[in-house]
Design a protein around this ligand. Structure first.
Ligand code: ATP
Ligand code: MG
Length: 354
């Protein structure tokens, strides 16, 4: 039997989507959606996971569930092809997590490099919530509950996919079964898109770091953020040679700029290599490259912003779609739990004489 192609990806509802999400995962989702080569495609709004470091800030998570759904739809996710699901409305995921937790050591969780970074960022020491340390396990449940084998993500998620694969192997060998397929991460091909830097030059644009350009930002806000972006601190006079590496504007150009943008907005250069060479030589000012980037991002973001304004007029319809999808997803997850319990031997109903 040919393997079903099931795609699953998601985001934490801790803020609106930013351009890092766009290149890191939304763009791959859109191209997978257009290719149509899948049996099922889920996008999970990971509110349960978001609560692992926001337990006392439920309002933030709750309000961002609908924000995220609007972001997806305005960016072009088509609800007739993709099921957008709310994680907390699929309680089976929590049940699966309980069983998987027994197959992963605390030492292994502590070694997860992304979680390590995030713990440092959040200043968790003795105050580390157990739920936060375990979120890679709950992420494994999200993937495995729906039989997902293709997971389009940014680079920071690779350790989570590896953890999921380890859980699959541990479950199969512990309970002598073969019920899960091994998920594969799909990274954007363009290296610059795998981990987009923040406007402040930080290695990752992240909601938690406040260094984002959001898809919903108004044109003047986008422009302001670009004009303030970190470039090369030693490039003081226009005539000074400039550095392209570590320069946020060039990092964004690497991710978003296509040759046709030059013809449209900066015809004196044929491509990004020429622009970089001029910057390195000296004689090219930051304002010029920032205005060029601004044109490119405004072109990308303007239709998304317009669509969002339309969608905001009918939130009920979006909520209904989310509830409906979550109910269906719950049924799928229930089947998976049944298989797991059979494999584990905790299928007590079999003891009934009739
Ligand atoms: P938080 O700070 O709340 O963790 P986040 O900005 O890291 O938020 P997530 O919801 O954790 O966003 O990530 C959702 C998806 O977006 C993941 O697949 C992640 O790899 C991808 N992603 C997030 N930030 C970036 C980025 N700067 N560049 C590329 N991909 C990213
Ligand atoms: Mg994150």
């Amino acid at each position: 039997m040919e393997q079903r192609k099931v795609i699953l990806t998601g985001d934490r509802p801790t803020g609106n989507l930013h351009i890092g999400h766009y290149v890191g995962s939304v763009a791959s989702r859109l191209s997978l959606q257009e290719k149509g080569d899948f049996d099922k495609f889920y996008i999970l709004i990971a509110d349960t996971q978001a609560l692992t470091d926001n337990a006392d800030n439920v309002d933030k998570v709750k309000n961002n569930v609908i924000q995220l759904a609007i972001d997806y739809l305005s960016a072009g996710i088509d609800p007739s092809k993709v099921d957008i699901v709310i994680q907390s409305q699929v309680p089976e995921l929590a049940e699966m997590t309980m069983y998987f937790m027994n197959l992963v050591t605390v030492a292994r969780l502590n070694r997860n490099p992304t979680v390590k970074d995030e713990m440092k960022q959040r200043g968790f020491n003795a105050g580390l919530p157990a739920g936060f340390l375990c979120y890679p396990i709950s992420q494994a449940s999200d993937i495995l509950a729906f039989g997902a084998n293709i997971v389009p993500v940014g680079e920071d998620q690779l350790p989570m996919i590896e953890q999921t694969r380890e859980i699959v192997r541990a479950f199969h060998s512990t309970y002598n079964c073969n019920i899960f397929s091994l998920p594969q991460a799909v990274l954007p091909e363009n290296k610059a898109c795998q981990r987009l830097v923040g406007t402040d030059g930080n290695a990752k644009m992240s909601k938690s770091l406040g260094n984002c350009i959001f898809l919903k930002d108004e044109p003047d806000v986008v422009k302001q953020k670009i004009m303030n972006a970190y470039t090369d601190p030693n490039h003081i006079k226009i005539t000074d040679p400039g550095k392209v590496e570590g320069n946020v504007v060039f990092a964004y150009l690497d991710a978003f700029c296509k040759n046709e943008h030059f013809a449209k907005y900066l015809p004196e250069y044929a491509n990004l290599d020429e622009l970089k060479a001029h910057y390195r030589r000296g004689g090219l000012g930051d304002v010029k490259i920032k205005l060029f980037l601004n044109n490119i991002l405004q072109e990308l973001l303007s239709p998304i912003r317009e669509k969002r304004k339309e969608l905001e007029k009918n939130l009920d319809q979006i909520y209904e779609m989310l509830f409906e999808n979550s109910k269906k997803a719950s049924e799928v997850a229930r089947d998976t739990i049944a298989k797991m319990k059979d494999a584990m031997g905790i299928n007590y109903y079999k003891f009934l004489s009739k």
